[in-house]
Design a binder for this molecule. Structure first.
Ligand SMILES: [Zn+2]
Length: 270
């Protein structure tokens, strides 16, 4: 019997000690929280829509239009139905229009060049760019730039500020064709600088978007023009000389392809 009591006591003591030990133990430290596995954001490569090409040899056609109108009085005016056919041809034949802001990057880097790139430009800012060309560009989902003479906005047959803002908001880029459309090579450096600065500032204020390009009125320019364009913050200057744009031409003396009535797009892009 004594033996039983002794064993019972021993068991009791053991249990007591264990219980005490548990009570006396420090409250268990909160288990160290597992650091959440950092979500590794996969660096997505930039969307590659095109091909990387050698910028030294890359040539991109920049089409030069003026007026799109049924009253064809001179070779600067293309009838709307002809313009429509040309735009449809571009869309049907796998051409990709790029804006001049995009062209700047493409010519300088040769990176991500879409298949069959082409830029569409209009000089002077005629009202029919808004009433005739703009609906056709929208119909085929094509990009374009307009070189605006800022002093002519809403005067004679030039579109007004509301039309300019609407087209800009849609994605048609507005660029400078100076304030007064004077032949720049006839002006002093300071006068040229003013034409380039004022037109750029005016358009940027109106659209809230950067103006990247200048197109020289009547294609006239000199060394001062190029210096002034660079000093004013333009990325590119366009002439009326004929050819496809390539950075070797100089980013401030880029040629274009003059579109005249009766000209097929196929022959223009050859
Ligand atoms: Zn002009």
């Amino acid at each position: 019997m004594k033996q039983v009591i002794r064993i019972s006591c021993a068991i009791f003591c053991c249990l007591f000690i264990v219980a005490c030990g548990q009570n006396g133990a420090k409250p268990s430290e909160p288990a160290p929280q597992k650091k959440p596995t950092p979500v590794v954001k996969e660096e997505k490569p930039p969307v590659q829509l095109g091909t990387d090409l050698n910028p030294e040899t890359l040539q991109i056609p920049v089409l030069m239009y003026h007026s799109i109108n049924t009253h064809v009085k001179n070779n600067l005016i293309i009838p709307p139905n002809e313009f429509d056919r040309q735009m449809k041809w571009l869309a049907d034949n796998g051409y990709h229009t790029v804006t001049l802001a995009e062209l700047d990057g493409l010519l300088k880097t040769g990176k991500n060049v879409p298949d069959k790139p082409v830029a569409i430009t209009f000089d002077d800012g005629y009202q029919d760019n808004y009433t005739q060309a703009y609906p056709i560009l929208k119909k085929y989902g094509l990009k374009a730039n307009i070189f605006v003479i800022t002093d002519k906005i809403a005067k004679n047959n030039h579109f007004d500020e509301a039309a300019l803002k609407e087209m800009s908001a849609y994605g048609i880029e507005m660029d400078s064709h100076t304030v007064h459309h004077q032949e720049l090579n006839q002006l002093s450096y300071e006068e040229q600088l003013k034409e380039l600065t004022d037109s750029k500032a005016f358009l940027e204020r109106l659209t809230g978007k950067k103006v990247n390009s200048i197109c020289y009125p009547v294609g006239r320019y000199n060394e001062d023009t190029i210096r002034a364009a660079e000093a004013t913050g333009y990325a590119m200057g366009f002439t009326t000389e004929s050819g496809k744009a390539n950075k070797k031409d100089g980013m401030y003396t880029l040629p274009r392809i003059r579109m005249v009535p009766g000209m097929s797009m196929e022959s223009a892009l050859k």
